[in-house]
Design a protein around this ligand. Structure first.
Ligand SMILES: C[S@@+](CC[C@H](N)C(=O)[O-])C[C@H]1O[C@@H](n2cnc3c(N)ncnc32)[C@H](O)[C@@H]1O
Length: 220
């Protein structure tokens, strides 16, 4: 399903901040291999969020070939840090190459392996966290990182509304207090994540229909 009417989508798309040749090349690469990056609209949003909170440290669950990380990196100070996590070593190699090309490799930490294990090796505080790994892992990712999010920090979850492997209507039903039968693991993961951040007294969360839908949670 389309989250936005076509004209609204074009409007949002026309407002994406300027991006360099490397980001555009990454977009072409993603399209060619059919890789699900966050896309330029969410990418631009991530960079603005990082700038708004003055981010110095960022953690990503699921970095692929570094598209979202590249957007983030542009907002970091020279001594900032972004931790990329990816369990596909080939994707991580591509991420390293792209971030090197952008001049951001000095502020990037490349972690090969399961993001849910990697996060245990990194102390907070993080100013921004992106959750974009396997969908049934979102609740565990949030549990693992919530104490490491700085006060005034932000957690962004991609695919809050759709991803091609989760059921939008079922998630909506669960959010509206329904109790559907036979919920698949991906749908359950996203729904449980959204309930967790919505009901967490230390976070204030909104859902935004950008890209495939993001949930943005501010740590109070
Ligand atoms: C949807 S893609 C998004 C990548 C990136 N955020 C972007 O916008 O380009 C998700 C990536 O997370 C990786 N991934 C999924 N679950 C993971 C996990 N538990 N640990 C590490 N990587 C994971 C996948 O291999 C895939 O490359």
């Amino acid at each position: 399903m389309k989250l936005l009417p076509e004209e609204t989508r074009r409007f949002v798309s026309a407002m994406v901040p300027d991006r360099d040749d490397t980001l555009r090349e990454m977009e072409t690469h993603g399209e060619e291999i059919g890789f699900p990056t966050v896309g330029p609209e969410v990418g631009g949003f991530l960079r603005v969020v990082a700038r708004m909170v003055g981010a110095e440290r960022i953690f990503e669950f699921g970095s692929g070939f570094g598209y979202s990380a590249y957007w983030f990196a542009g907002a970091l100070p020279d001594d900032g840090e972004i931790v990329l996590t990816e369990h596909d070593p080939d994707e991580l190699d591509d991420a390293r190459e792209y971030l090197e090309r952008g001049g951001y490799a000095d502020r990037a930490v490349f972690e090969d392996g399961d993001a849910l294990e990697t996060v245990e090796r990194h102390d907070g505080p993080f100013d921004v966290v992106l959750i974009d790994c396997h969908k049934d892992g979102y609740p565990d990712a949030f549990d693992a990182v919530r104490e490491k999010v700085a006060e005034g920090g932000v957690v962004v979850a991609d695919n809050a509304m759709e991803s091609g492997i989760q059921d939008f209507e079922t998630i909506l039903e669960i959010l509206e207090d329904g109790d559907p039968d036979d919920v698949d693991d991906q749908t359950r993961g996203i729904a449980d994540y959204l309930l967790a951040v919505r009901d967490d007294p230390d976070f204030e969360t909104v859902a935004i229909p950008l890209g495939e839908g993001i949930a943005v949670s501010y740590r109070t």
